[in-house]
Design a protein around this ligand. Structure first.
Ligand SMILES: [Zn+2]
Length: 238
């Protein structure tokens, strides 16, 4: 979304005009093109959450609000943690004759999650749990291509995961061929993405974390998430 000219070229090629921008959050690489695009397409709507300082925001959204772009139906979910006003968007597949699609911005990547710049582990966990509650068949379209790095890190925190090994081999080949690794499905992600696996015993063992005798389950899972994120921050700066 920070490359307005590319978007314009693409739309021109399709003979289309820009009707709406579904902005996930304020960071420049996700919202930096809003101003230029709004200049080119004056009636274009800009969706997002008002807690984030999104350029040209015209339609502030709250959690679970529905919106339509042409015949396509979306639902927005409020998912703070990476930023205070981060939103994700789920396309209802039935409205477009395809599968459900999640546009996750910097909340969730293939085998990874965004850094917790503006939220606690509790907040991020609640946002990730919203993702985990979506259907396993939902396609994941994240904001960045970080799959190879993320899967390498996942191998460190959960060494004995055959599904992850297989995915990594496929991702490695895709990247060798200069191809994209997205989309995956949320069902797949739940099998290898450590940030969606804070409930898994294998991960607790690998991190050497134990639930306290009186500790709430959600509190323990927050601690697990915090530790996975801390190790990922040290592993690579993403
Ligand atoms: Zn970001």
């Amino acid at each position: 979304m920070a490359a307005p000219q590319n978007i314009r070229n693409c739309l021109d090629g399709e003979g289309a005009v820009l009707e709406a921008i579904l902005c996930t959050h304020k960071h420049w690489d996700h919202s930096g093109g809003n101003k230029a695009l709004k200049k080119l397409y004056r009636s274009c709507r800009v969706y997002g959450n008002a807690c984030d300082d999104i350029p040209e925001l015209t339609h502030p959204l709250s959690d679970r609000e529905q919106l339509a772009v042409g015949r396509l139906q979306f639902q927005a979910f409020f998912t703070p943690g990476h930023t205070v006003g981060h939103m994700i968007y789920v396309l209802d597949g039935k409205s477009g004759d395809g599968p459900d699609c999640l546009f996750s911005g910097d909340l969730l990547f293939l085998a990874g999650c965004g850094r917790m710049f503006e939220g606690s582990a509790d907040t991020m966990l609640a946002s990730l749990d919203k993702v985990a509650s979506l259907s396993d068949n939902t396609l994941l379209w994240p904001g960045h291509e970080y799959a190879a790095d993320n899967l390498m890190f996942a191998a460190v925190v959960e060494p004995d995961n055959g599904v992850r090994d297989k995915k990594y081999q496929w991702v490695f080949q895709q990247r060798q061929d200069k191809k994209c690794t997205c989309p995956s499905t949320l069902g797949e992600e739940k099998e290898y993405n450590p940030f969606l696996r804070t409930h898994c015993r294998d991960l607790h063992l690998a991190l050497d974390l134990q639930r306290g005798a009186e500790e709430e389950w959600s509190h323990f899972r927050s601690r697990v998430l915090e530790e996975v994120r801390r190790r990922k921050d040290l592993f690579k700066g993403r």
